[in-house]
Design a protein around this ligand. Structure first.
Ligand code: GAL
Length: 675
């Protein structure tokens, strides 16, 4: 799965700054004002044509490129580079009218109607054919245009339709299963159909996991998730092939939805030259939001081996799709933009350049509000940021380096969320606190796929790593044996890739490494807590889960206090080879988890980058002869910051930074330090 172009040979012209540009919403005199204001705001690039299919191809096979030629030339004349979209994200009405079978079908067998967007079945041949024809035309026409910097393929795949239950998908699913299993016996074995009289005799008997009387077969469900990911990924690959076949050489990306768990970003990243993400945190969460945003950025960066990624969309202030859509207070947009760069982004982009005056997103903010640019808070903030980003050109291409990895895979999330478990599990809300406890004390973290290389990490955390193959376990064993520190939590190492349980006491594959055996577990009620006391007498409250475990070769670091698990081990440590492996059978309170990780990291000589108040985020990028220390205040109050002897120049205000300083609400410092 090689990269499509040689990313190393490709240079960005600085931090990319701009937004989705949808000029078809406006008359051409407005375009003139657009390019003038883009220049005034420091915009150097736009994503163009994302939803332009109907305008480019108003009837089947009839293309209208004249308007797009004019827009592209206008942008080019004004020095604005283009991320040219393939325009396939929303098929036009003529297409759905000619091909009603292309509309996706929901779990209940109901076919969606057109009238919104992303209304296509990922396996529909007519959609694939029409999309490919469109992409070919666009790539042939503009592939050699000097304004085109990159290709923006489709838009937010699976943001609305991540599963389809039509007959075409059913037939493709059967073929996909045949390819995977070769024989029906192998499928029966994998799905465990010996139970509930589910044994299949012929491929034609297999259905999609529609609405069923009760639990659908878990193996079938897991394969359906894999199949849907593969189906949608093949659309992306098809568009890439069409662009390349037309001779266009620019790098490509597709923008992923923040928090979307249905596409395996690690797999998708193999086909993209850049990974890209859209980020829409809820401003009403205030300083509660930044650590979950940090997870999403760490994940998208890690998906492509820590190469810089693109922040493709965010809102300048308000979205229009939550029940209540609050504004970003002054400074928050700037702080969140720098947060992306701090985690490895080489772009800051928005949806959209000019707020719409009609259609479904007219109440969504843009870079130019409907009241106009003059006297606008939003445009002033946008222009200030645009001017500042020009000073960050040296940061482009630099890397985030970490020594701590959090083991994570999308398959694991899919498997965790299949029903019929000891408790229904919302995987992300169970996993995020483990990342937050590190992120909130400014210890940089990668989000590491269990198949990837663990070299370079000193500490690995495996929260709810439910699915574990023999090769994952062997890699972890070797990691610890060679001196690594591993932290494994409850409900880890339970099943193989078929969702069959490893027998012999949980987590069977890691008994030697962890030195414990879990016999039973008690999922806790939403408000239920269980007290834990550790060796030092520190108390905390366990939430979510309690494992009833047998210590075998371990040191018991903490035990439960009360309940029928009274005095039983809650947290253990096992020495194994040259390393150590912790097991945590519950989720300790946030403060305890913070201290727990702090102790482990300190032992491994991994320290917070600087001392700062709660809500101040610190990250580091390194490149060339420099390091760049990002200090971001995510709170609406001033915070004091103490550097650890780091002496450097702030890239934004171009002045030397004192050892101790007060960071204003939503304030940002980017300090260049010699390596
Ligand atoms: C994204 C989408 C954009 C726009 C935006 C609004 O999901 O890609 O086209 O709809 O949301 O927040």
């Amino acid at each position: 799965m090689a990269e499509i172009t040689n990313q190393a040979a490709f240079q960005l012209p600085g931090v990319l700054y701009g937004g989705d540009y949808n000029p078809e919403q406006w008359t051409e005199d407005v375009w003139q004002e657009d390019v003038r204001l883009m220049q005034a705001a420091g915009v150097n690039c736009v994503s163009l044509g994302i939803f332009s299919w109907a305008k480019i191809e108003p009837q089947q096979g009839q293309y209208n490129f004249a308007w797009l030629d004019r827009v592209i030339d206008l942008l080019h004349t004004h020095g604005i580079r283009i991320l040219l979209a393939t325009a396939t994200a929303s098929p036009p009405p003529w297409f759905s009218h000619l091909h009603p079978e292309s509309l996706p079908v929901d779990k209940h067998g109901l076919r969606y109607k057109p009238g919104s967007r992303q209304h296509y079945c990922p396996n529909n041949a007519a959609y694939r054919h029409a999309a490919s024809a469109l992409v070919t035309k666009i790539a042939l026409r503009y592939g050699a245009h000097p304004a085109i910097l990159m290709w923006h393929v489709n838009n937010e795949y699976a943001c609305h339709i991540y599963e389809c239950y039509c007959d075409t998908c059913r037939d493709h699913f059967r073929a996909w299963l045949q390819e995977r299993y070769a024989t029906i016996d192998a499928l029966n074995e994998s799905w465990g159909t010996a139970f509930w009289s589910q044994q299949y005799d012929q491929w034609e008997e297999i259905q999609l996991p529609h609405r069923t009387t009760t639990f659908v077969n878990p193996g079938q469900m897991l394969d359906y998730r894999r199949f849907m990911n593969a189906s949608i990924l093949s659309l992306f690959r098809g568009e890439i092939e069409a662009i390349r076949a037309a001779g266009a050489q620019q790098p490509m990306f597709t923008n992923m939805v923040f928090g979307l768990k249905w596409l395996d970003q690690y797999e998708w990243a193999c086909y993209a030259d850049y990974t890209a993400i859209d980020m829409y945190p809820d401003p009403s969460l205030g300083d509660q939001a930044w650590s979950s945003i940090a997870f999403a950025y760490d994940a998208i960066r890690s998906a492509k081996g820590n190469k810089p990624f693109l922040l493709l969309e965010q809102a300048t202030t308000q979205v229009n799709w939550r029940a209540i859509n609050q504004l970003k207070p002054p400074g928050m947009m700037r702080a969140l933009s720098y947060q992306a760069i701090a985690h490895g982004a080489d772009s800051v982009m928005f949806f959209q350049w000019r707020q719409s005056k009609a259609g479904a997103e007219k109440f969504h903010s843009g870079m130019i509000p409907l009241g106009g640019a003059a006297d606008s808070r939003i445009f002033a903030e946008v222009s200030q940021l645009g001017a500042e980003l020009k000073r960050l050109t040296d940061v482009v291409g630099s890397r985030v380096q970490t020594q701590v990895g959090l083991l994570f895979s999308y398959e694991n999330v899919w498997a965790l969320e299949i029903d019929s478990k000891p408790a229904q599990i919302d995987a992300m809300s169970a996993i995020l606190p483990w990342h937050a406890a590190l992120a909130q004390q400014n210890i940089p973290v990668d989000i590491v796929h269990p198949n990837s290389d663990f070299a370079g990490y000193r500490v690995l955390v495996a929260p709810l790593l439910y699915q574990m193959t023999e090769s994952h376990a062997e890699k972890l064993r070797q990691f610890v044996r060679e001196g690594g520190t591993l932290i494994v939590t409850y409900f880890s190492g339970i099943t193989d890739a078929r969702d069959h349980i490893w027998t012999g006491g949980y987590p069977a594959l890691l008994h030697d490494v962890l030195g414990i055996k879990v016999e039973e577990w008690q999922p806790l009620l939403p408000d239920e807590v269980v007290e834990i006391i550790d060796q030092t007498g520190q108390r905390t409250q366990g939430q979510h889960w309690v494992d009833l475990l047998h210590p075998v070769t371990v040191e018991v670091l903490a035990h439960y206090n009360g309940g029928f698990f009274d005095q039983r081990a809650a947290i253990t440590r096992n020495r194994f080879g040259s390393g150590q492996a912790y097991y945590v059978g519950t989720r300790p309170g946030a403060a305890y988890l913070h201290d727990f990780f702090c102790r482990i990291c300190t032992e491994q000589s991994i320290h917070s980058l600087i001392d700062a108040g709660v809500g101040v985020e610190v990250s580091m990028r390194s490149g060339g002869a420099n390091q760049y220390l990002f200090v971001i205040n995510h709170t609406g109050t001033s915070q004091s910051v103490t550097l650890h002897g780091q002496k450097g120049i702030d890239l934004i205000c171009e002045a030397t930074i004192a050892d101790q300083f007060s960071l204003e609400p939503y304030g940002v410092r980017i300090i260049r330090l010699p390596l």
